[in-house]
Design a protein around this ligand. Structure first.
Ligand SMILES: Nc1ncnc2c1ncn2[C@@H]1O[C@H](COP(=O)(O)OP(=O)(O)OP(=O)(O)O)[C@@H](O)[C@H]1O
Ligand SMILES: [Mg+2]
Length: 717
């Protein structure tokens, strides 16, 4: 606008000079036209500039052009050098007001130099450019003086007003800029094509290393790829005059996504919208908290579901394991009675195998509902992997290659080794199923430290040192929908008969019950990796496991009191023990047991009691009897760790434990072990936990090539 005003005023001045009959040479007219053209071009270019730096360059160029052309014009008029001096002053004011200081100094320097050259040329009549020799005002110094005086006064007045105005504007601008810089919200303005024309400090911080390029870039480039369409839609609406509020994902300084709660609005210049203003508040933290809450809620629902199934499974398991023990017991009796070549032996084996499968199913139900009886030991996960590797190779077939990468200085963890085997097998079988045409299964162990930030974003995780076990395959992978459900009991994508959907829920249950965490990362077509973290334990490795007594040493002649409320199991237990030479007395409840003990004429060497019974529980009975019969050994039986009673039973001083369902041999072995352990048996550590090595017989059955953990009978004595 100011430039246009200058053009107009120069036009008027030239017209006046013409009217006054002042000689107006053709060259001067040409120069004036050239200067006007430059000024107009410059004006148009400034309107189209994308950045401030480009605008500065144009302005610098235009100011230089102005000064050159005007210098030429004064030379043409000739003589009135001080008129030129005033006009230069005026131009310099413009230059200072509209250019950054450094550029303005360049323009000023150039203008002053140009002007002095012109004066020197006039004074010494030095040979110069052709136009220096053209006629001057022809000696009409009076008229020149008048014009110069009037023009000079007007120009100086204008310059003073303008510089005051510029000062006011500059101060206001600085105040605004200061405000914008301290606002924590991101503020960005764009032109109508979405090119950023200004951005505050918060926006620069968000852009990080790209901060220098923010101004002049399309705003869409700052948004995350999949969000650009949303951003564009809101930008278009704002350009048409609407005010929009929306949440959008942008790329943060380190490339991680950040969330902004944005408002965008058109910016008016006069009556027209000349650009769009975006104001955005960083709500990433709120978003993450929201997400963590959602995940926690989902996990809570999942946990409640598990709890419900667990309740059901626990209730079932109690009776079911008794029944399986009865079936297994009678199978054992039949096997003993029949000759080795009897055709019915095959039938017995089938019954036995079916019973084991049934037991394994209950075990899985208990495992994922975290109600199985865990017998944790201090273990090195490397040992578990190495010991199982051979079996895994057989299990998954030759077309899948197994690679192991085991950390050399792996820390120790506390977990049930047999359950760890089960975890590894279930994951390996899943990996095998995901790689029907072969592939690579990688097992890796590593010491890791989970940081506070990781713990915050992964509900349930505690920060600290962990051992990580990764099981990676390059199979089919999973889509996000499948991933969201894999730990649910009975969720399977496999055809009926191929998968029960209990594998991963069992793994989940075992890991969680052992104080660990499991996470899965998977991409369809690329494969999956399951990462399990167990907290590191400070305890040291358990000593070597005692060898189980050989079968011929299982016989005994002591008296055993069998207490179980199951009418079908009691006779089986009685018969098993009698077969091994023991005298047996029995009771159907805790109260009965007390009177049996009182009435029994001879000593009772061992109390073999179910943990969970109506009325008095096994541990309560044991405590009661211990007062009057401190020498009586105790062996508990149970099929699941439903509640505190079982855990209490497992912590009972000097008590052994046999898990239901059991085979006759297992029962006989545990009874013998409990009796032989004598006074050295079971010491209670200060922590109240049993501290002697767990001994176990773990039988893992592999049927039809698929892993199915069969009867795993373990004990601690
Ligand atoms: N490594 C893997 N790659 C691809 N998909 C997998 C992988 N592991 C598990 N899944 C998916 O998770 C589902 C649930 O697995 P889970 O082990 O619980 O049950 P399942 O394997 O189907 O049956 P089961 O283990 O009882 O025989 C699978 O059906 C499969 O869709
Ligand atoms: Mg499975």
């Amino acid at each position: 606008m100011r430039r246009l005003a200058m053009i107009v005023s120069y036009g008027v001045a030239c017209a006046a000079l013409l009217l006054l009959g002042v000689p107006f040479p053709r060259e001067m007219f040409m120069l004036f036209v050239a200067w006007t053209g430059t000024a107009l071009l410059y004006h148009m270019m400034l309107r189209r500039t994308r950045t401030r730096t480009a605008a500065n360059r144009i302005q610098l160029f235009a100011s230089c052009a102005d000064v050159s052309l005007l210098t030429g014009m004064f030379a043409l008029i000739g003589g009135a050098w001080w008129v030129g001096a005033m006009v230069h002053g005026f131009i310099l004011t413009f230059a200072f007001s509209s250019l950054p200081r450094r550029l303005a100094l360049v323009v000023a320097g150039y203008a002053i130099a140009g002007f002095f050259i012109m004066i020197a040329a006039q004074t010494f009549r030095a040979p110069g450019p052709a136009f220096l020799g053209v006629p001057s005002l022809g000696g009409n110094y009076q008229l020149a003086t008048m014009v110069a005086l009037l023009g000079g006064i007007a120009l100086i007045g204008l310059a003073i007003v303008q510089s005051a105005f510029v000062q006011i504007m500059r101060r206001a601008q600085e105040r605004y800029r200061g405000l914008l810089e301290i606002v924590p919200d991101v503020i960005v303005s764009t032109n109508l094509r979405g090119i950023v024309t200004a951005a505050n400090a918060a926006a620069m911080r968000l852009a990080g290393p790209r901060a220098d390029d923010v101004v002049g870039q399309p705003l869409g480039e700052l948004m995350a790829g999949d969000e650009q369409a949303i951003g564009r839609a809101h930008f278009r609406a704002a350009r048409k005059g609407a005010t929009r509020q929306f949440v959008i994902k942008v790329n943060g300084p380190d490339g991680t996504p950040r969330w902004l709660d944005c408002t965008c609005k058109g910016v008016l210049e006069g009556r027209e919208i000349a650009g769009v203003l975006f104001v955005g508040r960083d709500i990433t933290r709120e978003k993450e908290d929201e997400e963590a809450l959602r995940r926690t809620e989902e996990q809570l629902i999942q946990a409640q579901k598990m709890e419900a199934v667990g309740q059901l499974a626990g209730g079932l398991a109690h009776d079911f394991n008794n029944l399986v023990s009865v079936i297994t017991g009678y199978c054992g009796f039949l096997r003993k009675d029949l000759a080795g070549d009897d055709a019915r032996m095959a039938d017995i084996r089938e019954i036995q195998s079916a019973a084991e499968s049934a037991a394994s199913l209950t075990r899985q139900l208990l495992a994922f509902s975290r109600k199985q009886v865990l017998q944790p030991k201090i273990v090195n996960l490397n040992d578990s992997v190495v010991q199982l590797e051979h079996m895994l190779r057989r299990l998954i077939g030759a077309q899948i290659e197994i690679k192991t990468r085991l950390a050399a200085d792996l820390q120790l963890v506390k977990a049930d080794p047999n359950q760890l085997d089960q975890v590894l097998m279930n994951l390996a079988v899943n990996a095998r199923d995901a790689m029907p045409h072969g592939g690579v299964l990688e097992l890796e162990t590593e010491n890791v430290t989970l940081g506070a930030e990781y713990a915050r974003t992964h509900p349930g995780v505690r920060a600290g040192q962990h051992v990580q076990l990764s099981i990676r395959d390059n199979g089919t992978g999973m889509d996000p929908e499948t991933q969201a459900r894999i730990f649910e009991p009975f969720f399977s994508t496999k055809p009926p008969g191929m998968g029960t959907g209990l594998g991963l829920s069992t793994v989940y249950g075992i890991v969680r019950q052992s104080g660990g965490y499991i996470w899965v990362y998977s991409e369809p077509g690329l494969g999956s990796v399951f990462k399990i973290y167990f907290p590191v334990t400070e305890e040291s490795l358990d000593g070597p496991v005692d060898a189980a007594p050989p079968d011929e040493l299982l016989q005994g002649s002591e008296t055993v009191l069998v207490v179980d409320d199951s009418e079908s199991l009691r006779p089986v237990v009685k018969r098993i023990l009698r077969q091994y030479g023991y005298s047996v007395v029995e009771a159907a409840s805790g109260e009965d047991a007390k009177s049996v003990v009182e009435d029994h004429p001879g000593p009772i060497h061992l109390l073999l009691a179910d943990i969970v019974m109506p009325g008095m529980s096994g541990p309560e009975l044991a405590r009661d009897l211990a007062r009057r019969h401190p020498d009586m050994r105790v062996l508990f039986m149970s099929g699941y760790a439903e509640n505190a009673i079982v855990r209490e039973g497992l912590r009972h001083p000097s008590a052994g434990f046999v898990e239901k369902p059991f085979s006759p041999e297992t029962l006989a072995r545990e009874v013998r072990r409990a009796l032989d352990a004598g006074c050295a048996q079971g010491t209670v550590a200060n922590t109240g936990e049993l501290s002697f090595p767990a001994r176990s017989t773990a039988v893992t059955q592999i049927s039809d090539g698929r892993a199915s953990p069969a009867s795993v009978v373990q004990r601690k004595d």
